[in-house]
Design a protein around this ligand. Structure first.
Ligand SMILES: Nc1ncnc2c1ncn2[C@@H]1O[C@H](COP(=O)(O)OP(=O)(O)OP(=O)(O)O)[C@@H](O)[C@H]1O
Ligand SMILES: [Zn+2]
Length: 730
């Protein structure tokens, strides 16, 4: 009788090869199902090379088991990536046609990916030392450390409590510890629920949303379309409170710039339990701690950006995706996943409800709702006393513009300042001017390494490429015709700020764009300093959402036109979403708000539809256009991108790739074609676009095709990647 071969460990490694790697268990151990989901350290590559991987399966080896190397060490006793999470990650690898090992590595926080042990997640607190008690009894210089000292006199305070009251508490605690006045200790037991702030009585729309959630069971999706300020967050809060009461965990995804201390404070004070944050600004250790605390079930609520969609949820009860249309949910390099879509996959495997909230839902989600896959509820009115702002189009054809601003717009800003209120002048373009041109011959300053104009900065003294970061000093004379008539053309936030400062020399003013907000919490600081007194905010889309500015009554949008005529089929959707979001900043409290749209195209159908029917009308119009053109959501796309130092190498790869594609009726393939930006950072860029009316044939075709590309010789001279459901055709 033949002996059944000893099973081996099939390990997923973070390498760009779409396969698993077989290893023998260490001597004396056998490969059983308890290994699956555990991290292992394995020899890999030449010499002393090693890798950290995750056991993805066990089974008979295809090679001779005796020839296999053994695992060096098993790093987890319990599976780190188990159950539903591992299943969802397998799904992710299949859907995005990515190696499982790379997907697993993407899902883990950096320290765990690197093989470090799970961090300690015990709650810590602070208490005074003997010396601290004495210092508290005496006199001391007032300041933040002193105030913390006095708060600690009567009780030990947990770090979550400290965090809740003052986001900057760590600096004070460190100062006290250095002077031997306070010390950090481990706290036993669960946190005491803090008294939570009272919930308002729900309005009818909000109550409907909650009863949909309460009535159902298992996986279901609620698309909550609510105008800005209509109380969507309130619905999330009460749904999370229900989840906590049922003893379950909640995950809340927010856009990149939506995870503000303001948001966290609101969640914390209302829920009365610790709320963990998870975003790229956290130190690696903090991320690992939050992830692990969720995995152990110690943490109950996690609010995070895109990558938080990979957090373990062993006791899941609810997933919320706020601003579900937001572009930051799509990862634009590595594994190009969409966190909203993965949230739905996870919720379905977990059997829990998902809320997708937005004032301006994506056409994908609206389409799903129309197909009956989601419950769709609208919150049509602002909560509390706030009324929707009035919107006016400023036709600037043939009107003189000063630095891009019309006289009417300036007058409205002046009137707003006279009323003692705040105005936001919005321009989605940072820098002084988008391009430097020669007035005599038409020459313009281009980046040497990109197909793009360089942006003029610091009042004209510097040129910066926004695509590769290249910097240059502007020439004194035109390099082509030697004319001295070089002029910055158009206006960015910097120029608009300058023009407004000249016109309103006494007004308080701040600019919010990527330059003024390098640090993560810079926006909060800027806005807190700006306060509630009269003044002008100038900013890019960083100011379009999230922040409550009760004294803001005028929003003036400059440069609507750039989005109206873009080649990208999503441009109309994106512009409408942006306009609604910015407009939503006006009049959020009791003061009425006004929105001005300055344009050269007052008759553009998209603008008119937006004014007459709001976002639902624009969305209906765009869905009809997409259907007619067979674009998503009525079709499914995948983009194969390639870039290489030379155009010839890039072309050769794409041509061969195309030839290897087995033609079929239900999938189209277009290209090779140049990328919309054909050169970037010195690389020639091109692509093949694939699409199909149905997902299944597209994925079947990709599944067949991609392994053949791996082995192409021409592939070695290019960097290539596949983007499934691309949101940006660049
Ligand atoms: N039922 C209610 N009764 C009274 N006030 C409410 C109610 N629901 C929400 N509010 C208040 O109205 C304001 C807007 O609510 P909320 O922040 O929940 O809206 P939102 O739709 O999430 O806003 P955004 O679109 O900016 O995310 C908040 O100040 C909130 O406290
Ligand atoms: Zn460049």
């Amino acid at each position: 009788m033949p002996v059944a071969p000893e099973p081996v460990l099939r390990v997923a490694l973070p390498v760009p090869l779409p396969r698993l790697f077989d290893y023998r268990p260490p001597a004396g151990q056998s490969a059983g199902p308890d290994w699956i989901g555990c991290r292992v350290r394995v020899p890999f590559g030449r010499g002393e090379g090693e890798q950290i991987g995750v056991v993805a399966g066990i089974g008979p080896s295809e090679a001779d088991p005796e020839a296999l190397k053994p695992v060096q060490a098993r790093l987890d006793v319990e599976p780190l990536l188990g159950g539903e999470l591992l299943e969802s990650l397998r799904w992710t690898a299949g859907y995005y046609h990515a190696p499982l090992g790379e997907v697993l590595a993407t899902a883990m926080p950096a320290t765990l990916r690197g093989g470090q042990p799970l961090p300690e997640t015990a709650r810590h607190g602070w208490r005074l030392t003997e010396a601290g008690q004495q210092a508290a009894a005496g006199h001391g210089r007032d300041g933040k450390p002193r105030r913390l000292l006095l708060r600690l006199v009567a009780h030990v305070l947990g770090e979550d409590q400290l965090e809740q009251d003052d986001a900057d508490w760590r600096a004070s605690a460190r100062a006290l510890a250095q002077r031997g006045l306070a010390e950090r200790i481990v706290l036993a037991g669960a946190p005491e629920p803090a008294p939570s702030a009272a919930a308002p009585t729900l309005m009818p729309g909000q109550a409907d949303a909650l009863s949909v959630l309460r009535a159902g069971q298992g996986f279901r999706t609620l698309l909550l379309e609510g105008v800005t300020g209509s109380g969507k967050t309130e619905v999330y809060l009460q749904a999370i409170a229900d989840t906590l009461a049922a003893g379950r965990q909640a995950l809340v995804l927010v856009p990149e710039i939506g995870l503000t201390p303001q948001t966290l404070a609101r969640f914390r004070s209302r829920l009365g339990v610790p709320v963990l944050a998870y975003h790229s600004g956290l130190a690696d250790g903090e991320r690992a701690r939050a992830w692990t605390a969720m995995a152990r079930g110690e943490a109950r609520v996690l609010v995070g950006t895109r990558s938080a969609v990979f957090c373990p949820l062993p006791e899941a009860g609810l997933i919320v995706v706020d601003e579900e249309h937001d572009g930051s949910y799509k990862q634009q390099d590595g594994i190009r996943y969409h966190a909203r879509d993965l949230a739905l996959v996870r919720a379905s495997k977990l059997g829990v409800p998902v809320i997708l909230g937005s004032a301006t839902p994506s056409l994908e989600s609206l389409h799903n709702a129309l197909q009956g896959r989601y419950r769709h509820l609208r919150l049509g009115q602002r909560a509390g006393k706030a009324r929707p702002p009035s919107v006016r189009v400023l036709d600037v054809r043939k009107r003189p513009l000063r630095d891009g601003l019309s006289e009417e717009l300036l007058a409205a800003v002046g009137a707003c300042l006279d009323r003692g209120e705040q105005a936001l002048v919005f321009k989605n373009r940072r820098g002084y001017a988008p391009v430097l041109i020669c007035h005599d011959c038409g020459w313009s300053a281009h980046c040497k390494r990109c197909d793009a104009a360089m942006t003029v900065h610091t009042g004209g003294r510097r040129l910066i490429c926004h695509h590769c970061g290249a910097r240059a000093t502007p020439p004194n004379a035109c390099p082509d015709c030697a004319s001295l008539a070089l002029m910055p053309q158009g206006a960015g936030t910097e120029r608009i700020e300058q023009a407004l400062a000249e016109r309103f020399p006494d007004a308080r003013m701040v600019r919010v764009d990527r330059e003024t907000t390098r640090r993560r919490d810079a926006i909060e600081k800027i806005l807190a300093d700006f306060g509630e007194q009269s003044g002008i905010l100038v900013g890019t889309q960083m100011l379009a959402k999230g922040h409550d500015l009760p004294r803001l009554t005028l929003v003036a949008v400059v440069g609507v036109d750039e989005g109206l005529f873009s080649a990208d089929f999503r441009a109309g959707e994106k512009l409408a979403q942006l306009l609604i979001q910015v407009a939503g900043r006006a009049g959020r409290a009791e003061l009425p708000g006004e929105v001005l749209l300055q344009t050269h195209h007052p008759d553009h159908p998209m603008l008119n539809t937006l004014l007459a029917g709001g976002y639902p009308a624009v969305a209906a119009l765009q869905l009809a256009e997409r259907e007619a053109a067979a674009f998503p959501p009525y079709a499914h796309l995948a983009l194969l991108r390639a870039e290489a130092p030379t155009e010839a190498d890039m072309q050769a790869f794409l041509r061969e790739a195309r030839e290897l594609f087995a033609a079929r009726d239900d999938v189209f393939l277009n290209g090779p074609m140049p990328a919309p930006m054909a050169r970037r950072a010195g690389m020639a860029r091109g692509q093949l676009l694939l699409g199909a009316a149905q997902r299944a044939p597209l994925h079947a075709a990709l599944h067949d095709w991609l392994p053949r590309l791996q082995v192409l010789k021409s592939a070695r001279r290019v960097r290539w990647s596949l983007d499934v459901d691309p949101t940006d055709l660049y």
